[in-house]
Design a protein around this ligand. Sequence first.
Ligand code: UT7
Length: 332
Amino acid sequence: MIRAAITGVSSYVPEKVLTNFDLEKMVDTNDEWIVSRTGIRERHIAAENEASSDMAVKAIEKLLKETGTAATEIEAIIVATVTPDMMFPSTAALIQEKIGANRAWGYDLSGACSGFLFALKSGRSLIETGHKKVIVVGVDTMSAILDYTDRNTCILFGDGAGAVLLEPTEDENFGIIDEILRVDGTGAEALFQRAGGSRRPASHETVDAREHFIYQDGKTVFKRASTDMANVSLEVLEKNHVKGEDVGIFIPHQANKRIIDVAARKAGFREDQVLLNIDKYGNTTAATIPLGLDEVVKEGRIKAGDLVLFAAFGAGYTWGSTLLRYGPEKKA
Ligand code: UT7
């Protein structure tokens, strides 16, 4: 049986760092509130003129170098993002051109904070049906849609990109084992960007009303995120007869340390099994999971063949969990 294996991972965050202390000077907030309510200490912010495709290209170029892969070998590029460079064409098309992947096709996918898991499922399907090399990238430039006068949202998010290389394997010790993915549109207006689409096209009025920025009903999203992310993680483990203690690393979406603590406790993970890097990056939406995977791989916290469990919850609502065995790593 052909399985889709993650044979490499890389990531990129912009140079500019925005700390809680910087935010204290911009809105009515303070470091103590942000750290105790979210776990975030700082986040990276894209440079002027740095868009999602630019960050994705940086992550992908590193990935190609590290895995010794030529851009011309890539057959598909799937981009999870809610902050594409433009409404159209796709960010995948822009990335294809910038990296010179002249044999690739590709597309964008909008799954918000669960976007990377949705894109991974797409990539898995392509590999299982004959593609040999697929890049899946999670990227978001949240700073482009944040209202830096709204303390409810501007403290939460950061910018970044993370990419993985998927290749086929017949070795059962590696590859994506299973995933459970969900969507529930009753949450559509709990976390959204009101204007700029076909429902409310951009106009002077929508700009004046600040409707192109993120709106979030934090408490409502918080309640759903802390139960659904834990439940779906447990569900995928049980379905595949895997015990929590056998998971090498649990990489949850990084939206709020309190949500992660609840999910990890409910799913029965020890602290050392849980990736937590929200303090450094904030919520980078589609990028949190590949950023986390890159961190644990580069730090040697996991090795090829280890069980990895991803989990996410976000706007839509969207949520899900993916179980896999990391590797085999491809080294240049
Ligand atoms: O990634 C996509 C999914 N998103 C999430 O999972 C996010 C889920 N939600 C959350 O993480 C949390 O709800 C937040 C971090 C957004 C907010 O935390 P909270 O504990 O739910 O706070 P709250 O919104 O209930 O606000 C509590 C108080 C309010 O003041 P009053 O009404 O009690 O006087 C807020 O006005 O804290 C105030 N507040 C702030 N104070 C200082 C809200 N934002 C800030 C701030 N600094 N930045």
